[in-house]
Design a protein around this ligand. Sequence first.
Ligand code: FAD
Length: 288
Amino acid sequence: MSEVLIIGNGPAGISAALYTARAGLKTTVIGKDTGALAKAEKIENYFGFEEPISGDKLISQGVAQAKRLGVEIINDEVVGLNYDGSFLVKTSKNQYSADSVILATGSSRTIPPIKGTSDYEGRGISYCAVCDAFFYRDQDVAVLGNSNYALSEAIELLPIVKSVTLITNGKSPVKNIPEGIKVITKEIASFEGEDELLSKVCFKDGSFINISGVFVAIGVAGSSDLAKKLGAETNGTKIVVDENMTTNIPGLFAAGDCTGGLLQISKAVYEGAKAGTETIKFIRENKK
Ligand SMILES: Cc1cc2nc3c(=O)[nH]c(=O)nc-3n(C[C@H](O)[C@H](O)[C@H](O)COP(=O)(O)OP(=O)(O)OC[C@H]3O[C@@H](n4cnc5c(N)ncnc54)[C@H](O)[C@@H]3O)c2cc1C
């Protein structure tokens, strides 16, 4: 069990880890890849580098710095987050528990460019199985996605709803899909409905299925997807935090691009530092 578990190994997550590890707290960072900075070839507006540095190099140096200070870095994808006296973080390979969690997964929520998506958001199209499954009990639902995250959402729905279909929209499905989850790999043409409620997924080959709900789970779970699973307040894809990077859930903090505002490394590093120092206070107060 970690005292601090940080989801995301970008500038925000690593910056938070430097503070919590140096305060002597057992700190684990789980990250999937290099994040936004993988695409940044040259960074020259971040303090301290006379010559431009690539995003990859900046991240690998930050990760090495954190490891030197005793941070455990796990390369895995987080697919679920729960609270059961402690925080439970589910990844595609494992499960971890922690006294506190810092969400730092950057800003990504993929909204599918499919006709009808925005028309039926909140009226059949959802982005969170844990939050909304109950509304669809005994109904036929689908999960849109082909990743471990999509599968985790489908498994979450299975005991509650009548049927779950994983729709991969032309992509290859993830392996090891449990019995009971149907799979459709056809490409989607549109979402259609009646009386302003989603009722059909129509495919490009002209066929369709009747459905009451579609849970969008494309790619990896973003911070706002994970935050919602605990009932944390979000605003669109952003997590609502106060000036101390505290969410409305005790022990849950957020930092970096996932909180909105200036999407820059310096802001992510500052917020990571702030979330780290507030986490230290939280752990010390709660372990008295
Ligand atoms: C092309 C490009 C160029 C840029 N150039 C600059 C620049 O020159 N200067 C500047 O200041 N900023 C630049 N930025 C912005 C900068 O990259 C971001 O503001 C910064 O990286 C945000 O840090 P972060 O830690 O919040 O998120 P990220 O850097 O995106 O890190 C998020 C981390 O979370 C991980 N993650 C996400 N979901 C999961 C999950 N479910 N499970 C496990 N891990 C997960 C990702 O793998 C990633 O490691 C650029 C961005 C882009 C896209």
